[in-house]
Design a protein around this ligand. Structure first.
Ligand SMILES: C=C(O[C@H]1C=CC=C(C(=O)O)[C@@H]1O)C(=O)O
Ligand SMILES: [Mg+2]
Length: 452
């Protein structure tokens, strides 16, 4: 089918919905789609009236999704045990054999403690409406439940949702904010203490790595469009994942993260160790020198090696094969560069996203090693709640999934922007240098938001 203007794509889906209204013996979830002409997804998302609003852009640039509303919405705000999560995951995967059905969402960094309102410890949505670009194909997609008791109502609400769609309108032009205040948590003196505690010989023997992080809050007067900010961020770091979740007017979480937690195609798994950081040079020569110095640096190599080793050890019992790059390469971003090692595995039959999220996340690139003691250090001493920062965000279905680690992220609330940055603290870490690493990690988003 060839691409058609949006109004025609909507009409063709409405016609199909009217046809299926009284059908029986359908799969529990029905997906109806129509090819459609391309549209600017972030501008479109910003113009819609409905929540949730979700945006997902893969790192390899072949895929982009803008989604609104929900057909299913699983939100775990309060205490949730892993058995409940496993059961919900399993039930949803059993509902459909359609490869195109996708649940988008995230899991908080630490799902054992309370998290941000609306986001919860984990939340996944099967959207009501999606615009999805896969390679050159653009589709308008609608999802609905087909239980005979709700089918007619589902068709009506899908039709209403389609009719409420608002055309894309240009995003507001980027403008620099004048923050009325900035507050860092932990602030520098506390940071120094924490880095000293982690690098203390006795502590470090048992807990060789803790990724400490900082919340930077900017107080602002302006009304900020999160999708405009994400569009600017995306333009500066096109080789990163870009995603956003907004469940109400109150807050939006956006991220431009370089880090893949994993990509799964059936039982084939792609993951990576991304840790170890330096800045970019002003000239190509200086840039290569900095990259070489990063590759040669003992502290940064150790940071990356701990992540690689842990991921391989975690995947071994779940896989028939695990292979990891011996030598790191350098992954370049707008303001910084990282050490990177690719890892590939062939998962054993029966290993699901639930097992992968449970065992891989949080990796020592955002948590630490051993996980339990690093996490309890962070929980007790970091001094703020990370929420979905450094959580796992992405999508899944029975056949394929992809999750990014939500670093380089921001939670935008009325009157306040919350920015997050962390740094892997290992033996040899220096508080000043690691503090500067936090600043370097914020440099891109700061250059978008404020006059430097
Ligand atoms: C925890 C973050 O970065 C991680 C990913 C890449 C490099 C890192 C580092 O060099 O410390 C961190 O492990 C963050 O950006 O908030
Ligand atoms: Mg580092």
């Amino acid at each position: 089918m060839s691409a058609q203007p949006l109004a025609m794509a909507i009409q063709s889906i409405v016609d199909k919905l009217n046809q299926v209204k009284h059908s029986s013996a359908l799969e529990p979830i029905l997906q109806i789609s129509a090819d459609v002409c391309p549209l600017p997804m972030l501008a479109w998302l910003s113009a819609q009236q409905t929540f949730p609003r979700i945006y997902w852009h893969g790192r390899d640039k072949t895929e982009e999704v803008a989604a609104i509303g929900s057909c299913y919405d699983f939100s775990f705000e309060d205490d949730v045990d892993d058995n409940t999560l496993a059961e919900t995951y399993h039930q949803q995967c059993m509902l459909s054999n359609n490869h195109d059905i996708r649940y988008y969402g995230g899991v908080a960094f630490d799902r054992t403690i309370p998290c941000w309102p609306e986001f919860g410890r984990a939340r996944f949505v099967l959207p009501r409406i999606e615009f999805r670009r896969s390679g050159d194909q653009h589709r308008l997609i609608v999802n609905l439940k087909t239980d005979p008791e709700v089918l007619a109502q589902e068709c009506d609400s899908a039709i209403a949702a389609l009719q409420e769609l608002t055309p894309a309108r240009p995003l507001p032009p980027p403008h620099k904010l004048t923050p009325m205040g900035r507050c860092d948590r932990p602030e520098y003196n506390r940071w120094k203490e924490l880095v000293e505690q982690v690098t203390n010989k006795k502590f470090n023997q048992d807990t060789p790595k803790v990724v400490l992080s900082r919340l930077t809050q900017l107080e602002v007067n302006d009304d900020i469009d999160p999708w405009m900010v994400l569009a600017c961020w995306q333009a500066r770091n096109p080789n990163s994942f870009q995603f956003g979740f907004q469940f109400s007017h109150e807050r939006a979480f956006i991220s431009c993260s370089p880090e893949r937690l994993y990509r799964r195609c059936q039982q084939e798994l792609y993951t990576e160790a991304l840790a170890g950081t330096t800045t970019r040079g002003f000239t190509p020569e200086e840039d290569s020198q900095l990259a070489q110095a990063l590759l040669d640096d003992t502290k940064n190599s150790h940071e990356n090696q701990l992540v690689r080793r842990h991921i391989v050890d975690t995947l071994n019992p779940l896989s028939n094969y695990v292979g990891a790059e011996e030598r790191p390469t350098v992954f370049k971003l707008n303001h910084i560069q990282h050490l990177h090692r690719s890892i590939r595995a062939e998962l054993r039959p029966g290993v699901t996203d639930f097992h992968l999220l449970q065992s891989l996340h949080p990796t020592p690139a955002v948590g630490g090693l051993p996980r339990h003691s690093a996490m309890s250090f962070i929980r007790q001493r970091e001094g703020y709640m990370r929420g979905w920062y450094a959580g796992a965000c992405g999508y899944f279905n029975k056949y394929e999934s992809e999750f990014s680690v939500a670093i380089r992220s921001a939670l935008i609330e009325p009157g306040r922007i919350n920015l997050f940055a962390g740094a892997g603290i290992v033996a040899g870490s220096d508080p000043d240098t690691e503090w500067q690493e936090l600043e370097n990690k914020l440099a891109t988003i700061m250059s978008i938001l404020v006059e430097l």
